[in-house]
Ligand binder design. Sequence first.
Ligand code: NDP
Length: 292
Amino acid sequence: MQLIDGKRTATIIKEEVAAEITALQEKGAKIPHLVAVLVGSNGASITYVNAKIEACRKVGMHSTIVRLNDTVSEKELLEKVEELNKDKGVDGFIVQLPLPKHISEKKVTEAISPKKDVDGFHPSNIGKMMLNLPTFLPATPYGIVQLMERYNIETTGKHCVVVGRSSIVGSPIANLMSRNSYPGNCTVTLTHSRTVNLAEITRSADILIVALGKPEFITADMVKEGVVVFDVGITRKADKTKKSGYKLFGDVKFEEVAEKSSFITPVPGGVGPMTIVSLLKNTILAAKGKVE
Ligand code: NDP
């Protein structure tokens, strides 16, 4: 079994991004600028946004947080999005989800200019991804793809089973794995809560990508020998023995599944750290005007 070390890979990619920014600076080009819009005071959202801004700072990228009160109206938020769309000093921006219930996430996502949509959630960018055109890939699937490249995971002709069909992880990664490119060229089965005989399907997976949000759901009897496993799930459980007061669990029962795997991502330290790196890479693409 080989561990796919997302933390280490993310550190290497951050160094590459930092070198790219230094090169841009030396050429006299502008430094990419990412803006994160944070509405309200949801603890997890604040942590995620701070981590993104800190990552920008570390690689020398400009970054700004726009904080809005959770009483902000949908109209006001849409006006802010429009202002950022027009601001030439902003290369890419994200609106951290979830949003308060009185604001339509769909409307906000669709209002972001596809050229600045570095989260890759705009329908037009999702469409481009389906057509294999240059675009911003959604951060988590992009992170998984980069891990496959860095670890030279063979994908051609393999059976890839994806558990979970969310629009931010399961559905896009299923699409990416079926594309005629590397990583890709897999035969893909996309499973969900209505799937019958899930274990039978996961047992036939050469590559298993799990994103359902149920701790330790995938057990050793659900996988075959030699499987490559990407565990996207992150669930916090209270744990008084930890300094943080909680322990993180993936969707895969790591110890027993690792014994049968050829490659596996841990939680934490697997797919998670790659998500922020993807955002940095997308912001560089945006600054270079690579996505029309
Ligand atoms: P969602 O809750 O949006 O989707 C969960 C999916 O799992 C749904 O498609 C659901 O099916 C499916 N599902 C639920 N129960 C079962 C079951 N018993 N058998 C098969 N499929 C099932 O999840 P997300 O994709 O947003 O997130 C999944 C996990 O990944 C979470 O733990 C989240 O925290 C984590 N995550 C981690 C990231 C990272 O950076 N590492 C980034 C994003 C998410 P149905 O559609 O039928 O309801």
